[in-house]
Design a binder for this molecule. Sequence first.
Ligand SMILES: [Zn+2]
Length: 254
Amino acid sequence: MYYGSRAIILKSLDYQDADKLVTIFSEREGKIRAVAKGVKKPKSSLRAVLQPFTHSFLYLSRGRDLDLITQGRLLDFYPRIREDLGSTLYTAYIMELLDKSLVERAPLGPLYNETLQVLNYINDKGAKSLVIRYFEIRLIQELGYRPVLEACAACGQKNLTTRFNLAEGGVLCHDCAGFLKTDFMLSGEAFSLLKFLQRADWKSLDRIKASSEALSSLEQLLEKYLEYHLESRFSLKNTIYQLKKSLPGAFDKG
Ligand SMILES: [Zn+2]
């Protein structure tokens, strides 16, 4: 069976001979692993089309284990992301996050569009940690793990604390906080920011002012929450931490 779909290239690895093994997030089929023949040859027309975090239209033929990419056309290469180390690393982290969290052949149209939005945003305006947090929140929501913040995640009461419990998937009330574990303590500002970002859209992001403390608190919470649900470490995020340490001032703080 042959089919065509828009796709975001998550990962591209060397395979047999001049072939590549490519992991894509396709609009039509969700995450797919596919082989592209002869891509490493200099004249291959698929070379540019299959670079990581490229947006392409691909033609594929379905295989038993792996699909075969037969043709492709470039839709967007996001050149400004590639010119900037910080933007490149943040984008690589997003690709890693998608690769680890998506299930093969489970289409997620809304998340596909959110991913295009974040790529366009970073390409136009550069990487900001607020934007990465926003994307993580969209991802969590589309995967069906939206944190409960309006009422106690355990009992539904409204007398809330900002104590977050991972297993219950949200904040606890004063009663439940007495006997359930606090996995993460949010500041008042970080709690408001999380609540706001859950309802925000891409257009409103530029108007949000958040302190670096609130952003870093949210980063830690979302990392724990993603790990809890996805049960895997995100190696590229560690790479970003390492680079942040070695290149002070090279990364956007807000
Ligand atoms: Zn409660």
